[in-house]
Design a protein around this ligand. Sequence first.
Ligand code: HEM
Length: 73
Amino acid sequence: MNCNNWFRQIHRWLCIAFTLAVIINIIAMVQEKSSVWVGLMTLLPLTSLLFTGLYLFALPYATKWRDAGRSGG
Ligand code: HEM
């Protein structure tokens, strides 16, 4: 598996972690047990999702630029 696939897999599994954290957050809010660390639990995977997501976004463009450079125009 190459590096790009790793980023895709990490992004995919972080998305599950983020979804679970959101559900836990909602439950905590409904039960009025919300606290700073429950909130941070969602921010941590979301921040990682942002960086891996931006990497995945840039990937096709980076490939295009690289290929354009290789063919000399
Ligand atoms: C926070 C900012 C995020 C950015 C910038 C971002 C960006 C991206 C990009 C560019 C892709 C690749 C699309 C393609 O195939 O070309 C992607 C795929 C995906 N994203 Fe995100 N994303 C973000 C957050 C999330 C969140 C919050 C979730 C779910 C809770 C999520 C779930 C997914 C899934 C499941 C895929 C498909 C992965 C695969 O192909 O295996 N993303 N995202």
